[in-house]
Design a protein around this ligand. Structure first.
Ligand code: ADP
Ligand code: MG
Length: 338
């Protein structure tokens, strides 16, 4: 009897050793839920749990530099300098250069100097509301990305610009840094998810297949998935009107603002997902395309190498970029995946 029990136990141990398991941790950071799941790593000194914890520490370091609201961050210092030059870290310069590039590419649809307007609408605060039209005009006049002056590691906001906010690009930038860190430390299979920013490192080495990254159904209240993009070593970022919004008099006001009007972008799309190698590109482009809308946005995406997109319009129609049409990327709807 005892022998049988022992034999059974050893079988369980062998199965436990041969069957890999994923290791997952979640934290509330960057004003959203961040989750890192490691499916495989070859680090002899550190466990997957330790590597994930270190990645979250790195995430917190970046948040302390790039957040608009954390006192003493680079962005806080830039916004509170009263127009004087401020010395900042290399990563802030790198992200500001990327933001400027996407402002130029999107013809100003993407603009981190929209900050005073976002503050006026108060999407992140306790009292989001539709501001008075004249206040919108006043804050709108403070938008102009060309007034961010960068010299070496020094940043100056010139009039009329008063503040910047990296909310539309920082999560993508940080996602790339975490992916780099985990890869350098022997992680070969993992998913990083910082709110709407997802990055797949390698393939799913437990199930031995590429990762299926889900696109949320913008019309479903329960966060269910409308379809999957099959990919390895790619980022998938979505900007949607359902992510942060408030309702007033039956109208939904969401947090992606059109710098040209000062009001939430009303381009006819409710969700834009970008698939790219770098998440910083996906983050900036998802916001840009949300403002630009389907025609201009899709034209922009199809003009860029190695970048693809899925647009969903207000009627729920889906539109796919050239990479899907010519078979470079695969999409499976949730209905047919079941
Ligand atoms: P999320 O951060 O919810 O994933 P986005 O990446 O689209 O969504 O970024 C939205 C955030 O970016 C807003 O909360 C605001 O801080 C800022 N923002 C809003 N409109 C713009 C814009 N047109 N260009 C750049 N940043 C913007
Ligand atoms: Mg974005």
């Amino acid at each position: 009897m005892k022998k049988i029990a022992l034999l059974a136990l050893s079988c369980i141990l062998i199965t436990a050793c041969s069957k890999q398991e994923s290791v997952k941790q979640s934290e509330f950071m960057l004003d959203t839920i961040c989750t890192i799941t490691v499916y495989n790593e070859n680090n002899k000194e550190k466990t997957a749990d330790e590597l994930i914890s270190e990645a979250f520490e790195l995430c917190s370091d970046y948040e302390n530099i790039l957040s608009r609201t954390i006192e003493g961050s680079d962005v806080y210092n830039i916004n509170n300098a009263g127009g004087n030059p401020i010395e900042v870290s290399d990563c802030t310069i790198e992200i500001l250069e990327a933001a400027k590039y996407y402002s130029e590419l999107s013809d100003g649809a993407f603009d981190i100097t929209t900050a005073p307007l976002s503050i006026l609408w108060d999407f992140e605060g306790d009292d989001p509301h539709v501001p008075a039209a004249e206040d919108i005009e006043t804050e709108k006049a403070k938008i102009d990305y060309t007034k961010i002056k960068i010299e070496g590691n020094t940043v100056t906001l010139e009039a009329p610009v008063e503040a910047i906010d990296l909310g539309a690009i920082a999560k993508g930038y940080i996602t790339d840094k975490l992916a780099e860190y985990l890869t350098e430390n022997g992680v070969t299979s993992a998913i990083i998810s910082l709110g709407g920013n997802i990055y797949a490192i390698g393939e799913n080495e437990i199930d031995d297949r590429p990762f299926n990254l889900g696109i949320q159904d913008p019309k479903a209240e329960d966060g269910s998935i409308i379809g999957y993009v099959t990919t390895a070593d790619k980022s998938l970022v979505t900007s949607g009107d359902y992510q942060r919004y408030f309702e007033e008099d039956g109208v939904r006001y969401h947090h992606i603002l059109d710098p040209a009007t000062g009001y939430p972008a009303d381009s006819g799309v409710c969700s834009v997902t970008i698939i790219s190698d770098k998440s910083v590109d996906g983050d900036a482009l998802s916001t840009s395309c949300f403002v630009l809308g389907l025609d201009e946005g899709m034209e922009l995406i199809n003009s860029l190498d190695g970048i693809d997109a899925v647009f969903i319009d207000n009627d729920g129609n889906m539109y796919f970029s050239d990479g899907f049409e010519n078979g470079e990327i695969e999409y499976t709807s949730a209905d047919s995946a079941e």
